[in-house]
Design a binder for this molecule. Structure first.
Ligand code: ZN
Length: 456
């Protein structure tokens, strides 16, 4: 029985009613629920997802527990677009105070700035002078026009070599790449053109997302950024992985335009289940590849780096594994929101490569690095391949020096063993990964003879 009904049940007792009404008033004043079930707990959590070039933390606020990971990224363009940082911070404050505004199916993340160095240094670029919205690997979508390149159109139609030395070269780009691996939708806040546009290549979910956001915010929807073609853009990169992605451009370069954008975000949240489809399993060479393994494979070099999938994925102990020719990819759900959600199995650790260590001079030049963790060095073509391919997160530490040893194909080649890969130098000077995925699959199948000869 509620307090008010309890009071009403004593109509003849005026004093009791007054006392009870006063109590009920106090009760109501504390805004405690009278009979409803307690509201479900919604996770509100601040995460550090990494550090910028100059070591500033890149933060994210998470609100919610649903499967639909929606990420709002502010301030890619640093100081000139600081109002998007203010906006993202205000959105974070709003949803921190009102976590029930995030539907149960959604997990909302707000990154107030992916470019804290640019914000602090007063520039559009990151601390290395790279435009982070021109640095992503957009070369595997179906539109050649927006492929990554070093010479780019920047703000105000200025052409400059600010695309970076190569695609995904910047630590901020790699942070984003890792953090969006399991995203179901992405919103990249910019200013100040006053429109909302989706990915350049036709991607129906991105178009619907842009239209919905524009409608909720009262901004203009446009199919393209009209001034020039954006190369290496985050929205194009995301959509090429199947992640619906849009760019809302605030109208002004000074105001956060909070109410409008809260309207846009709410419109997206209200329709999230219809707008943001489940990440899709893909077929490569006739073999199904689970969505997140496929995204990792694709964004880290695909067929050229890892080769084709050799067999369908298996699940054991919560870890989904799939053998590709040159790597075993593993999905570790307990590593969500870290760069290790998908990782190369540490197969390098299983391989001794007895061979002749190649003599080198002391590791004193800038081209040579020593890793104190394992005591090994990295230099030359292998260092370049390690850096470009994702470095420590992807390949792990070196476990050997450069050796001349026999490779799986029988040839004697220069090699180096890492925790998660073995690098091989080919005759033409190019580097490739040893076929460790193949070897692991053969070993596993030979230990389980009932499976028979299904290795393909
Ligand atoms: Zn911008």
């Amino acid at each position: 029985m509620s307090l008010r009904r309890f009071v009403a049940s004593f109509p003849s007792c005026l004093i009791a009613r007054l006392v009870c009404c006063a109590l009920a008033g106090i009760y109501a004043g504390f805004a405690l629920p009278t009979s409803a079930a307690p509201a479900p707990q919604v996770t509100v959590e601040e995460l550090t997802i990494g550090a910028s070039t100059q070591g500033r933390p890149v933060m994210a606020l998470r609100i919610g527990d649903g499967p639909i990971k929606l990420v709002i990224v502010g301030n890619t363009h640093g100081a000139p677009e600081a109002n998007t940082y203010v906006l993202a911070t205000m959105l974070a404050d709003h949803f921190r105070a009102n976590p029930q505004d995030v539907p149960p199916a959604v997990r909302l993340y707000i990154v107030p700035t992916i470019n804290p160095d640019g914000l602090a240094l007063g520039t559009r670029f990151n601390a290395r002078g790279v435009d982070l919205n021109r640095n992503m690997n957009t070369s595997f979508d179906t539109c050649p026009e927006n492929d990554w390149r070093v010479t780019v159109f920047g703000a105000y139609g200025i052409v400059s070599d600010t695309g970076g030395p190569y695609a995904d070269s910047e630590v901020e780009s790699r942070l984003l790449r890792a953090f969006l691996l399991d995203a179901w939708g992405a919103i990249f806040l910019h200013s100040a053109a006053g429109n909302v546009f989706p990915a350049f290549c036709d991607h129906a979910p991105s178009i619907a997302l842009a239209q919905t956001y524009a409608g909720g915010a009262g901004y203009r929807y446009t199919r393209f950024w009209e001034q020039y073609v954006i190369t290496g853009g985050m929205h194009d990169w995301a959509s090429s992985l199947g992640i619906p992605a849009i760019v809302p451009e605030l109208v002004t370069g000074t105001e956060p335009e909070f109410e409008q954008n809260l309207g846009g975000v709410r419109a997206v949240l209200d329709a999230a289940e219809a707008l943001l489809p489940v990440p899709e399993t893909r077929i490569e060479g006739g073999v199904p590849v689970p969505a997140l393994l496929w995204r990792y494979w694709q964004m880290h070099g695909g067929m050229e780096r890892f080769g084709a999938p050799l067999a369908p994925a298996t699940v054991e102990g919560g870890v989904t594994r799939q053998a590709f020719e040159r790597a075993m990819l593993e999905l570790h759900p307990d590593q969500a929101d870290t760069p290790y959600l998908v990782q190369l199995a540490p197969l390098g650790r299983l391989h001794d490569r007895p061979g002749v260590t190649v003599p080198h001079g002391d590791c004193t030049s800038p081209e040579c690095r020593t890793f104190a963790e394992t005591g090994h060095t990295l230099r030359g073509a292998f260092a370049a391949y390690w850096d470009r391919g994702g470095g420590l997160n992807v390949f792990g530490f070196p476990l050997s020096e450069e050796v001349m040893a026999r490779a799986a194909d029988g040839s004697i080649r220069l090699q180096q063993v890492f925790e998660r890969a073995i690098f091989i130098l080919d005759d033409d000077g190019s580097v490739r990964l040893e076929s460790l995925g193949w070897a692991a699959l053969v070993r596993e199948r030979s230990l389980a003879p009932s499976v028979g000869y299904q290795v393909r």
